[in-house]
Design a protein around this ligand. Structure first.
Ligand SMILES: Cc1cc2nc3c(=O)[nH]c(=O)nc-3n(C[C@H](O)[C@H](O)[C@H](O)COP(=O)(O)OP(=O)(O)OC[C@H]3O[C@@H](n4cnc5c(N)ncnc54)[C@H](O)[C@@H]3O)c2cc1C
Length: 373
């Protein structure tokens, strides 16, 4: 008899499994329909021996000391500041847009002060910021919006930025200095030996049993358990009773080349050319030294694994219907990106899972973290 059946061995499921087993002494069965643990953060050595992220680049960054300290029990880290270039007008320029992007693109020598004035002169006034288009044109004007954002967003979402919630591009900063880091969080680090090794350490406990290649529906009636933690898609759990929640998917084309370096930056975005959105070269992320290099191309798709909840008001309304059902379902805890239909980064999912554990065990977050592994 298990105390908990945990559906999904990504960040949400693994954090809950680890805390329930190690701190609360519960017996846990964690299953995943995939052949591996780690969810979308899964990494592995490919045929050439290069460490790659199967489901696209996963960069760890957080401002939360709690999350950093919690995960540090299961991995050492390497410092890593992520940098991205965008291919625009035949040049590779920094994105988020900064002083160098504008100077390089237009062959100018503006100062930060002059760039602020430039943005002010081209920005379009908006009374209210409702859509992703509003976010960008009100900051950098129409021309830069067209060059960097419009087509990228259309490729990624199959929607014009004017049809997407402001939240999608609100994540993208615009800078007037030369800072070309993609993130500015306090902690910008990568697990030293990869994500999968970190997950293995989290789940390495006598109270935790792992069942891979297993859809929970095939075992929920035959294996006795008291409560469930569910991290899969919430609409699927309720047999799509109110209809399907829309997701965007991706197809990943992994390639290995017989050369040490393929491109001059960890990620190159292609807003305007090609069917793919971006190309990632993994050795930058992992710090691995190898004669060969492995990269991944990302092609946005309408069908496939659910990756990105589509943030539109009607989808949020549909989710609220499922949320009401979920809140009223006794003995099942819904947590993680798919179960709460929200674009969360890894650290946010860890925080959400730790908060849920605190609630389930009747302790505060700090007591939860203090209970050492
Ligand atoms: C392309 C891409 C890039 C990303 N890059 C970053 C990044 O750079 N930085 C960052 O912080 N975050 C990034 N993220 C987000 C990150 O992947 C998520 O925050 C994190 O994986 C969410 O963890 P989770 O446990 O909620 O979900 P998942 O990792 O999706 O885990 C859910 C698991 O549940 C399993 N499951 C579903 N249904 C069932 C079922 N019926 N039975 C059994 N198992 C089931 C799935 O197989 C899956 O393994 C990225 C996401 C994507 C898609």
């Amino acid at each position: 008899m298990f105390d908990y059946l945990i559906v999904g061995a990504g960040f949400a499921g693994s954090v809950l499994a680890e805390r329930l087993a190690r701190v609360a002494g519960k017996k846990v069965l964690i299953c995943d329909k995939r052949a591996h643990i780690g969810g979308n953060a899964y990494d592995h050595y490919d045929d050439a021996g290069v460490l790659v992220h199967r489901y696209g680049p996963h960069i760890f960054h957080t401002n939360s000391r709690d999350v950093y300290e919690y995960l540090s029990q299961f991995t050492a880290w390497r410092p890593y500041e992520h940098r991205v270039r965008a291919s625009v007008d035949g040049q590779l320029v920094p994105i988020p847009i900064n002083l160098d992007s504008v100077n390089q693109l237009y062959g100018l020598k503006l100062t930060s002060f002059e760039l602020t004035k430039f943005f002010e002169s081209v920005a379009e006034k908006r009374d209210a910021i409702r859509t992703s288009e509003d976010v960008i044109v009100s900051k950098v004007g129409r021309e830069l919006y067209e060059k960097f954002f419009r087509n990228y967003t259309r490729k990624q979402w199959d929607l014009d930025p004017s049809e997407l919630d402001a939240t999608v591009t609100a994540r993208v900063p615009v800078r007037t200095n030369r800072d070309d880091r993609y993130f500015t969080d306090t902690y910008q680090i990568m697990p030293l030996r990869g994500y999968t090794r970190m997950f293995e350490n989290m789940l390495d406990h006598p109270n935790i049993k792992i069942l891979l290649n297993t859809d929970y529906r095939d075992i929920e009636r035959v294996l006795p358990y008291s409560e469930m933690v569910y991290t899969g898609p919430v609409d699927e759990f309720f047999d799509y009773r109110f209809g399907k929640l829309p997701y965007r998917s991706l197809e990943f084309r992994h390639e290995t080349y017989n050369m040490p370096v393929y491109q001059p930056a960890p990620v190159v975005n292609y807003p305007n050319e090609h069917a793919y959105t971006r190309v990632t070269e993994f050795k930058y992320l992992t710090g691995q030294e190898h004669q060969k290099t492995s990269i991944v191309f990302e092609y946005p798709r309408a069908e496939g694994d659910p990756y990105y909840p589509v943030p539109r008001p009607e989808n949020a309304a549909l989710y609220r219907q499922y949320q009401t059902l979920a809140d009223g379902t006794q003995g099942v805890h819904f947590v993680g990106r798919l179960a709460t239909y929200k674009y969360y980064n890894m650290d946010q999912v860890v925080a959400q899972a730790l908060t849920l554990f605190a609630r389930m065990s009747g302790t505060t977050r700090s007591q939860v973290l203090a209970a050492s592994a």
